[in-house]
Design a protein around this ligand. Structure first.
Ligand code: PLP
Length: 373
């Protein structure tokens, strides 16, 4: 497809994929694990041998994401964590990594364990100190997450890219490629948990990496390891992703509008202490977010209710539309009391993380109003 087309057009057409065999406007699901050779032992299609290497549905889903990110190459993985692990496995033993602190807890927990086992020096730095530390400290790799989950910290991607020669990886899960194209802001690789907003229907587990330059050594290693070690996404998941991504821009637009309106309503509520959301003018990262997020500030926010853990749990228990479940970026709104999940990480006891869906905003506000009571 013409690369100058807008994201909504690219997504609606799934980057131009059609089914050549049937003429269908939707690609066929091809679950075969193995592919035939003819009587002269030539492959029917040289790029199809065995589905641990690749598959048509995987390539089609990757192409949609590649065009949306304006990347040179995109690779899908069976989960967001598998995509993050694929990046860190390229680090040499005894190397150095800088990661932002206070990010997605699953990421921090796995990276700490991995770096200990591989004798990699791990430097964890708060979002505010990242530019200074990245300028002073040499490293093989820098990993940041913006906006961060569940603190909603915003990091200036361009400032970190300019501060260091290290490979810069950005977890853009909360922004999606619709709101931020991290590669345009200087990231070397952008990662997303496609389980979240990219799929958006809470029914596919997937992760994705996209690169600015596909001849970089780190990318060659990631690509070869995915193929040889088998961290591949199955064709059915890829096919579901293609289907879901047709409405990605539409969903992100609606969720961001809903989240902005809900954040403003909650901030004005007498029983709320604060709302962490980059779309609010009093948010410390508002200016940076405005610079690098286009079309909204995403679906993720955290609410600090007045009171203690019991009060937060009481409010969460009274919500009816906001389902009490982990994850984010789905069409249905969710809440999570993060302290119950990660009490050891310094998360406030009165923090409620909210993933805002595509429901009618007046219903969402009414639900919070009755719950805060
Ligand atoms: C969920 C999430 C991940 C991990 O992705 P999975 O698909 O659950 O493995 C990584 N980063 C962020 C910001 C997330 O929200």
């Amino acid at each position: 497809m013409d690369k100058n087309l807008k994201p909504a057009t690219i997504a609606a057409h799934a980057a131009g994929v059609l089914d050549a065999q049937s003429g269908g406007v939707v690609p066929a699901l091809q679950p075969s694990t193995t592919f035939t050779r003819d009587e002269n032992y030539e492959l029917h299609r040289p790029d199809n041998i065995y589905s641990r290497d690749n598959s048509d549905n995987l390539r089609q889903a990757e192409e949609v994401l590649r065009v949306l990110e304006d990347a040179q190459e995109t690779l899908l993985f069976p989960s967001g964590m598998a995509a993050i692990a694929a990046v860190f496995r390229t680090l040499p033993n005894g190397g150095t990594a800088i990661i932002q602190s206070g990010i997605y807890w699953g990421t921090t927990a796995w990276i700490r364990d991995f770096c200990t086992r591989r004798e990699i020096t791990l430097i964890e730095v708060g979002a505010d100190d990242l530019p200074t530390v990245c300028r002073q400290q040499s490293a093989d790799l820098i990993f940041i997450e913006t906006p961060s989950n569940p603190w909603l910290k915003t990091v200036d991607i361009r400032a970190i890219a300019d501060a260091s020669d290290a490979t810069l990886i950005v977890d853009g899960t909360a922004a999606t490629p619709i709101l931020t194209r991290a590669l345009d802001h200087g990231a070397d690789i952008v990662m997303h948990s496609a389980t979240k907003g990219i799929n958006g229907h809470s029914d596919v587990l997937a992760g994705v990496l996209s690169t600015r330059t596909n001849d970089a050594t780190i990318w060659t290693m990631i690509k070869s390891d995915r193929k040889m070690a088998g961290a591949i996404l199955g064709p059915f998941e890829a096919w579901l992703l293609i289907r879901a991504m047709r409405t990605l821009p539409l969903r992100v637009e609606r969720m961001s509008q809903n989240a902005q309106t809900l954040a403003e309503a909650l901030l004005a509520h007498p029983k709320v202490d604060d709302v962490l959301y980059p779309g609010l003018p009093h948010h410390a990262g508002h200016d940076v977010a405005t610079k690098q997020m286009k079309g909204g500030y995403g679906s993720l926010l955290s609410v600090l209710v007045k009171g203690d853990r019991a009060e937060a749990l009481r409010v969460v228990g009274k919500l009816q539309l906001f389902l009490r479940a982990t994850s984010l970026g789905g069409v249905e709104s969710l809440v999570e009391h993060r302290y119950t999940i990660e009490p050891h990480t310094g998360i406030p006891e009165n923090l409620i993380r909210v993933s805002v869906g595509i429901e009618d905003i007046s219903d969402l506000i009414a639900d919070w109003t009755q719950a805060l009571g």
